[in-house]
Design a protein around this ligand. Structure first.
Ligand SMILES: [Zn+2]
Ligand SMILES: [Zn+2]
Length: 70
């Protein structure tokens, strides 16, 4: 697979959208892995720092609530 930006061999893949990225074009961003409700009733998030990011896609800062799934 080749880099989305420059078409050279890719070294990684954007965690958010799956685009391939070479070392020159890869960016990093915290990735929100999971949200759960703590014992005190607060919502807490597990965040992974420095996951690969393409710089093109736009991950939302807050997750979308999927009411229909419950
Ligand atoms: Zn590139
Ligand atoms: Zn992306």
């Amino acid at each position: 697979m080749n880099c989305w930006h420059c078409d050279r061999p890719a070294h990684g893949i954007c965690r958010f959208c799956g685009r391939a990225l070479c070392r020159d074009h890869v960016k990093t961003m915290p990735f929100l892995l999971e949200i759960y409700k703590g014992k005190d009733g607060d919502h807490k998030a597990i965040v992974v720092e420095d996951t690969l990011y393409c710089g093109i896609c736009k991950p939302r800062e807050s997750p979308v609530i999927l009411k229909e799934l419950e």
